[in-house]
Design a protein around this ligand. Structure first.
Ligand code: GLU
Length: 290
């Protein structure tokens, strides 16, 4: 018997619930329900202190309005820092992390000097300036408390795990080439876990078997696959669903308040109409009209 399906909806509660969020929530629920599985909720609020806790209450109220429900207890990332610290320690112990003291300005200047800034679809690749610093110098700067972040050494990751595969239900089998994404930041002093680290640790902790999320995170999944490989965590199945677009094909932005559930409710739309409009959008290349 195949293991029970577990999906999750993992919003960052940074504003009013938007139709794009709702689509992600509905997809996670639909995939779980299709096989009698469970759909969990995770609040990705690592930088929660900078945010408004009222958004969470409002978001749950909006989800309840459309009849969306989750199974079990929600997971809250801001309560899980020790788990991210343990994962970082594991990576550090395996020699896969290095501290980087570059400021944004330093990196910009280095990239400009290189003339040609290597990019992935996720942005520029870190030029590796702090990768081979003399160990005594690194120790001194760390002891002095110089501001730094921790980067994942993707060359070493690739030496260790090669180019692992993962499965996307819409796009088929994928091959992750860790070095294509550069040495991503996994933690900063004031921000003890990056999205990439927390999402991988938490998907495993919640026993998620099938991650459903928007297409904008397709490339990030390669990084997540690499992290799963080095942390010894299982790799779920992935579905990256279409993103909502307006009539001109432009992506709907979160900041566009007119597409918040609250504004649709105020405008008199019923939950059924909103849900049906999102289902239609998925059949229509993501073009959304309520
Ligand atoms: N927290 C992310 C967001 O709201 C989604 C993360 C994920 O599904 O992996 O965009």
């Amino acid at each position: 018997m195949s293991p029970a399906v577990v999906t999750r909806f993992a919003p960052s509660p940074s504003g009013l619930l938007h139709v794009g969020h709702l689509l992600a929530a509905l997809e996670a629920r639909r995939v779980a329900d299709a096989s009698g599985g469970r759909c969990l909720l995770r609040l990705e609020d690592i930088d929660f202190r900078a945010r408004n806790p009222e958004w969470v209450t409002q978001m749950l109220r909006d989800l309840a309005w459309v009849g969306w429900h989750y199974d079990g207890e929600p997971m809250v990332q801001s309560r899980r820092f020790e788990h991210y610290a343990a994962a970082l320690e594991q990576l550090r112990g395996a020699g896969l992390l290095y501290p980087c003291f570059c400021t944004r300005g330093d990196i910009k200047a280095q990239l400009a000097e290189m003339g040609r800034a290597p990019h992935s679809t996720l942005g520029y690749l870190y030029p590796g300036t702090c990768k081979h610093l003399p160990p005594e110098w690194v120790a001194e700067r760390l002891a002095r408390g110089d501001s730094h972040c921790w980067r994942l050494d993707m060359e070493r990751v690739q030496e260790l795990i090669g180019c692992p595969e993962w499965e996307d239900t819409r796009r088929g089998r994928q091959r992750c080439v860790p070095t294509e994404y550069g040495d991503v930041v996994l933690a900063r002093k004031e921000f003890p876990a990056s999205y990439h680290l927390a999402v991988v640790v938490d998907d495993a902790a919640q026993g998620v078997t099938h991650v459903t999320r928007g297409e904008d995170l397709f490339d990030a999944t390669h990084i997540h696959r690499a992290l799963q490989g080095v942390l010894g965590l299982p790799t779920p199945l992935y579905t990256h669903h279409l993103l909502l677009r307006d009539n001109e094909g432009k992506r709907l932005a979160k900041r566009d308040g007119a597409r918040s559930l609250a504004s649709l409710r105020e405008a008199g739309y019923s939950p059924e109409q909103v849900v049906a409009s999102l289902r239609r959008a998925l059949e229509n290349g993501g073009i959304w009209r309520v």
